[in-house]
Ligand binder design. Structure first.
Ligand code: 0X9
Ligand code: CA
Ligand code: CA
Ligand code: CA
Ligand code: ZN
Length: 420
């Protein structure tokens, strides 16, 4: 195991503290829950973690060779058949219910977390930014979600109405429904580069010299579903129905570059990492791909750099995710070294751990592999705060929003610098 791999294995999940009381006897005598939380030991290297992830389980975190996953009874059996000894530690749905304080108000986050933005609040926020800073900010759309919600696209630049010859940089957030902190990250970027224009020298320089694009939510249907009923749902995928009656495609397994190539996604519709029936079958993915492709002008992709924000584990990850190889088809040594050096510089800025994405586990059809593989865009995945945790890792209290989004200001600036 390389030292980076070892560092990675130790960064993620601390043990989840649950009051659901799963004793050894309960494990033997009661049928396992529909969504059980399991500790899987022996996941010491990326190959083992890939093998576990490949069963389609929902990986909550990794620590010291132990993976914490949410698994169906069938997935738990598959793990046992593969020689693992998954230990049931809780019931995912009971844990969600226990965490709930009831709704604060209709259509809002659960009580105590109202500081997070709902879809409508996000739309209002970006429109207000554009209204207050019309000379440098405009709001348009990359398309619609499965349920028909608009997917807003914010542009921030001097002479915003003109397509100038300036490096274009994209930030995308919230493709995984429950990763709500990431939507706040995109809003932080919008507010910082609009409010700070003319007073903050760094901000002013980037707004004048770049065209900054922000897509605050790639999965509004999933995010709204996740907060429906006043209780978090632990939802990850979009809300597109599948042929077997289950719901949802994993947006981060549905992109077209080497889709389904390498066992880094599930072909089982009910799995949390379901890749969809075909590449780009999720409307959110089709919209994102079409818009990014529309930035190819006179044969040249205008976008040079991108961050897709996720949570959690505090990682800076770069392509490829579909292979353990550093240098391979579509990635020269020089290109890999550039990813590694910019990624490490960003990680130095925010205190995250840098690595190639496959160092965590193999994925195929993810957004970063597509951005680089298809468009040669310098594309990173940030896994935000916290560094570890169980289910609660997706739901840090709203009091953490300011600290954990401003924490990435300088890393964002590093990317904007290298985009030039
Ligand atoms: O699995 C994912 O899509 C990302 N993690 S998350 O917990 N936010 O779902 C990680 C994608 C990074 N790429 C690879 N590990 N290859
Ligand atoms: Ca609070
Ligand atoms: Ca401009
Ligand atoms: Ca341009
Ligand atoms: Zn994610």
């Amino acid at each position: 195991m390389s030292s980076t791999r070892r560092a990675l294995a130790t960064v993620a999940a601390a043990a989840l503290v649950l009051a659901t009381g799963w004793s050894a006897t309960a494990q033997e005598n009661t049928p396992p829950p529909d969504r059980g939380i399991y500790q899987v030991t022996g996941a010491d290297d990326a190959q083992a973690r890939t093998e576990v992830a490949r069963t389609g389980v929902d990986v909550l975190g990794v620590r010291d060779g132990t993976m914490e996953v949410v698994a169906s009874p069938a997935q738990a059996r598959t793990l046992r058949d593969a020689g693992y000894a998954p230990r049931l530690t809780g019931d995912f749905d009971a844990a969600l219910a226990a965490q709930s304080n009831g709704p604060a108000a209709a259509d809002d986050f659960p009580a105590g977390d109202e500081g997070y933005h709902t879809y409508d609040e996000m739309v209002a926020e970006v429109r207000a930014a554009a209204g207050d800073h019309a000379d440098i900010t405009s709001v348009s759309s990359i398309g619609s979600s499965f349920e028909g919600r608009d997917l807003p696209l914010v542009k921030i630049s001097d002479n915003v109405g003109v397509d100038e010859d300036e490096p274009e940089v994209v930030f995308t957030c919230n493709m995984h429904a429950r990763e709500h902190l990431t939507l706040e990250m995109c809003l932080r970027i919008v507010n910082r580069f609009t409010d700070g224009y003319g007073t903050d020298e760094t901000v002013t320089g980037f707004v004048d010299g770049r065209e900054i694009w922000v897509v605050p939510s790639l999965n509004p249907d999933g995010a709204e579903f996740d907060i429906s009923g006043g209780e978090y749902q632990g939802w990850r995928k979009n809300r597109q129905p599948n042929s077997d009656g289950s719901v949802g495609t994993d947006i981060n397994r549905n992109f077209s570059y080497k889709w389904g190539c390498c066992g880094g996604a599930s072909d089982s519709p009910s799995a949390e990492t379901y890749r969809g029936p075909s590449a780009g079958s999720a409307p959110e993915v089709a919209s994102a791909q079409e818009w990014v492709s529309s930035r190819v002008i006179d044969g040249e992709q205008q976008i040079t750099a991108h961050i897709d924000f996720h949570s959690f584990s505090e990682l800076v990850l770069w392509p490829f995710g579909h292979t353990y190889d550093t240098v391979t088809e579509g990635m020269t040594q020089e290109e890999y070294d550039r990813f590694s050096s910019v990624g490490t510089e960003m990680a130095d800025a925010n205190g995250y751990t840098p690595d190639q994405a496959s160092g965590l586990y193999i994925t195929d059809g993810d957004i970063n592999d597509w951005m680089w593989g298809e468009h040669k865009i310098l594309s990173f995945c940030f896994e935000m705060y916290p560094s570890g945790g169980g289910l609660d890792g997706f739901y840090p209290p709203d009091e953490d929003i300011v600290e954990q989004t401003t924490r990435n200001d300088s890393a964002v600036d590093v990317l904007l610098t290298h985009a030039g």
